[in-house]
Design a protein around this ligand. Structure first.
Ligand code: 8Y4
Length: 294
């Protein structure tokens, strides 16, 4: 049965503006592929080999259909230790440069909460900044984003990566994340960051219990009230392992990750951040076909 008489082309097609002449169209769910640039613990081939490996992984993810490549040098897994900005720069800058030279049209995001890293990554060719601290960990970050006029992912986290999983607690997790977004948006606005460049992210796994993660993924649509792009990252996270402890597929939690990505998109997520790009792209094509048929 036909539910609406107007055509889809009459609907507004939101976009995120990147540097002049480049934009991200949100007319279908987008896939952000995860590229970790961390030293290979099994060899001491050195930084060049680490960067080379990461850059070729990034290009594979792009071939697999990733719309955005998210390059990160510091692990933000629960309990992971921070690294210096010098160390982080030496890891991520060569990778961004290599991707940019091999693939001039790639859309590159830099996963960092450090202003120095964001600044130099943008100069090296990154298009947007993915800051898990939502501009709270480095006081200089807000001016980098305001000056460069680049898009920014504002992610919710309770605590810090070192402490966040020690005793997370909410009385209403969805409401509290919404209040956090309000506060961070007014901070951005008062520092000259245009709302049109901001992407909101509830931060699955960042200071959240299993029940909090399920509550968020079941209520993604609540965050649509901001009228802004939404990003959700659930890929391979701990809550999937809790629900599927015997998950085999090379320990990737792939089936669980696909289910979480599909549920997030069904709730209105515009971008999903994933490790397994090829199967996610396959799954989201079917989601999109079902939605446009409706
Ligand atoms: C296995 C591998 C298990 C990785 C867990 C993990 C998000 C993010 C991360 C997110 C945004 C992660 C940098 C955590 N998660 N950025 N970053 N949103 N915007 N853990 O959800 O992938 S790192």
């Amino acid at each position: 049965m036909q539910k609406q008489t107007f055509t889809r082309s009459e609907e507004i097609k939101p976009v995120i503006h990147l540097r002049p002449g480049r934009q991200l169209e949100l007319s279908r769910p987008l896939v952000m592929g995860i590229v970790n640039v961390t030293p290979d613990s099994f060899s001491d081939g050195g930084r060049f080999l680490d960067a080379d490996r990461a850059a070729s992984h990034a290009l594979t993810l792009q071939d697999d259909g990733a719309d955005i490549l998210d390059i990160g040098g510091e692990s933000t897994r629960p309990g992971a230790d921070p690294i210096s900005s010098e160390e982080e720069l030496q890891r991520v800058i060569p990778v961004i440069e290599a991707i940019r030279s091999d693939s001039p049209d790639a859309i590159i995001s830099v996963d960092t909460y450090k202003a120095d890293v964001a600044r130099q990554a943008l100069t090296a060719g990154a298009d947007l900044v993915n800051d898990i601290s939502a501009l709270r960990f480095d006081a200089e970050m807000v001016s980098v984003i305001a000056e460069r006029k680049c898009p920014l992912v504002l992610m919710h986290m309770q605590g810090t990566p070192q402490t966040m999983q020690q005793n997370p607690h909410y009385s209403d997790v969805v409401q509290e994340i919404g209040e956090f977004f309000e506060e961070r948006l007014s901070y951005c606005e008062s520092h000259g960051i245009d709302r049109a460049r901001i992407i909101l992210d509830p931060g699955i796994g960042f200071g959240k219990r299993l029940s909090d993660n399920l509550e968020i993924l079941g209520n993604v649509s609540e965050f649509k009230r901001f009228g802004m792009p939404l990003l959700v990252g659930a890929s391979r996270k701990g809550f999937i392992g809790m629900l599927n402890p015997e998950s085999t597929t090379a320990d990737t939690r792939i089936g669980g990750s696909l289910a979480a990505a599909v549920m997030a998109v069904a709730g209105g997520a515009d971008i999903v951040r994933v490790h397994d790009v090829a199967p996610t792209v396959e799954a989201l094509k079917i989601v999109q076909a079902i939605r446009s048929h409706a």
